[in-house]
Design a protein around this ligand. Structure first.
Ligand SMILES: [Fe+2]
Ligand SMILES: [Fe+2]
Length: 173
């Protein structure tokens, strides 16, 4: 979608475009999470990523339902924002030597992803309601609840152990 192509005329178009954006983002996240599962050392973190991978697959199915409810075919449009967040996560993960520090970095990267999703779903729910699609808003709200809960679990893992374990790592002599 070019900046000046003016394909988005109405709020309804913007709603559909943003659905396509998050539909792409969720697919990219399902590709990124297996790498994060591999890199995580803490079993609780690994398990958390695995659970969220399953949830993300369900979220893709939920989006397909919303497209259908709204009379649209599921379609992805490039989302440079999620590409950037995932690229940065891969870069930092590649630069971290110690496992405990890597876990702290992975949590931070995952939280950036969750916060992106939270802003997108929050907006989509508001627009769906504005457009009189409370049915779509209700389905999207199920996903928003999962993203928020994932974010909270990550905060808890960071604050109850992962950050402290990372801090104990000393510089190699
Ligand atoms: Fe998601
Ligand atoms: Fe998520």
């Amino acid at each position: 979608m070019g900046l000046f192509s003016k394909d988005i005329a109405m709020l309804d178009d913007l709603f559909v475009h943003t659905l396509q954006d998050i539909y792409y983002a969720e697919h990219q996240i399902t590709k990124a999470l297996p790498k994060m599962i591999d890199k995580a050392s803490n079993p609780q973190l690994k398990q958390g990523f695995e659970t969220h991978l399953r949830e993300t697959e369900g979220q893709i199915a939920r989006l397909e339902r919303v497209f259908e409810m709204h009379g649209e075919k599921p379609k992805q449009v490039d989302c440079p924002a999620i590409d950037g967040i995932i690229k940065e996560a891969n870069e930092i993960a590649g630069d971290v030597a110690d496992k405990a520090v890597l876990d702290a970095a992975l949590i931070a990267a995952a939280q950036a992803v969750e916060h992106y999703e939270i802003t997108r779903y929050g907006t989509l729910i508001a627009w769906a309601k504005q457009l009189g699609r409370d049915d779509c808003a209700a389905v999207l709200a199920e996903t928003l609840a999962e993203e928020k809960s994932t974010d909270e679990k990550l905060t808890q893992m960071a604050e109850t152990g992962a950050n402290a374990r990372a801090e104990q790592v000393t510089e190699p002599a």
